[in-house]
Design a protein around this ligand. Structure first.
Ligand code: KG4
Ligand code: ZN
Length: 338
């Protein structure tokens, strides 16, 4: 695999949502530091990410987070080859904090600047695993996060074919909404994952969000079915929470796995990669591995949810191909990968 044809040390910054993160990555594959200041506890009070609060918190912690990433990496700014930053998709006010920080460093330290797509960052989290030397294209990648549910065929570095996407809610969004319905703490994904341990996934037969053709997903019908079931109980205390959680989770997992298996069979992919917050889900990992004959690769938990290490990995592969962005770089809240 061509990762060592040019050695790089890249400082990466990620502030697209509610994590303020900075990392230093060597050669696209080695984590020298990976600092994440999570705001999850702050937003849990509101039951979701509060954009205004998120951007203000990013402003407060971005400097110490970047300094900590440099300190842990034992590097000075003069040792860096580039500053990379998430430019979208994400919350505009949050993205702006990271992009302005990166621009300031690029000017002050005379460093090249690269704006990276957050989704591409999630995809490159797989290059930060010990599996990286085994990656061969084409790879089928399922990106499942709070804002995205997309299936890509990656044919080379930076080359993506979008095979399918959600037509309504993202998988993580469905987890978060159903978590709220069940009275579980925010974010709903990890809470449902944990609650499902004691539940029966066959207790309720929720609709499988499988469309007849193609590789698109839909989760709004499933969410409505959970709403209807939940409305039969007088309070969250009266609900069979574990059974509801496990049954909902099993419906989401079935939909994700069946579409991915069909796409894998049709495309000649050498492996299936999963990335994004929902790829932390234990039932999803187990079902994907059980259903697919191909290698199924997932990042370690810390690299599933938002972090800057993955942004640095993606940036390396752009940098060694000669890409440089201008200081006019702007945020693009609805940035598309393809
Ligand atoms: O990738 P991420 O950190 O942020 C976005 O870019 O959206 O993903 C966050 C999402 C949330 O919806 C959260 O509930 C979900 O990932 N999530 C999980 C699990 N851990 C995080 N969903 C299901 N099971 C999990 N274990
Ligand atoms: Zn993300």
């Amino acid at each position: 695999m061509e990762t060592t044809d040019q050695s790089t040390r890249i400082l990466a910054i990620e502030t697209s949502c509610d994590e303020t993160a900075a990392a230093v990555i060597a050669n696209g594959v080695t984590i020298l530091s990976n600092v994440v200041a999570s705001q999850t506890e702050i937003h849990a009070r509101y039951g979701g990410v509060f954009p205004e609060v998120a951007s203000r918190r990013h402003v407060e912690v971005i400097h110490p987070v970047v300094e900590e990433a440099m300190r842990v990496a034992h590097l000075g700014f003069g040792d860096l080859d580039c500053v990379a930053v998430t430019r979208g998709p994400g919350l505009v006010g949050s993205l702006l904090v990271g992009v302005n920080m990166a621009k300031g460093l690029a000017v002050a330290r005379n460093l090249p600047l690269l704006g990276i797509n957050h989704i591409e960052g999630h995809i490159y989290s797989l290059w930060l695993t010990e599996e990286a030397p085994h990656i061969r294209f084409p790879v089928l990648t399922l990106v499942v996060s709070g804002g995205h549910t997309e299936l890509y065929l990656m044919t080379d570095h930076g080359q993506y074919r979008l095979l399918g996407a959600t037509l309504d809610d993202a998988a993580g969004e469905a987890f978060d909404k159903v978590g709220r319905l069940l009275g579980l703490p925010f974010p709903g994904g990890p809470a449902i994952d944990a609650a499902s341990d004691k539940g029966n996934p066959a207790a309720f037969r929720f609709p499988r969000a499988v469309m007849d053709q193609g590789y698109d997903f839909s989760f709004s019908g499933l969410k409505t079915a959970v709403v209807r079931q939940v409305s039969q109980y007088h309070s969250t205390a009266a609900m069979p929470t574990a059974d509801l959680a496990a049954s909902f989770q099993s419906a989401v997992v079935d939909a994700l796995v069946s579409k991915t298996a069909a796409a894998a069979a049709a495309t000649g992919a050498t492996a299936v990669h999963m990335a994004g917050g929902v790829s932390a889900n234990r039932a999803l990992r187990a079902a994907m591995r059980a259903r697919l004959a191909l290698p199924v690769r997932v990042p370690p938990l810390a690299l599933c949810t938002d972090n800057a290490a993955m942004i640095g990995a993606a940036a390396h592969f752009h940098f060694i191909r000669g890409r440089r962005d201008s200081l006019d770089l702007d945020v693009v809240p609805s940035l598309q990968l393809v």
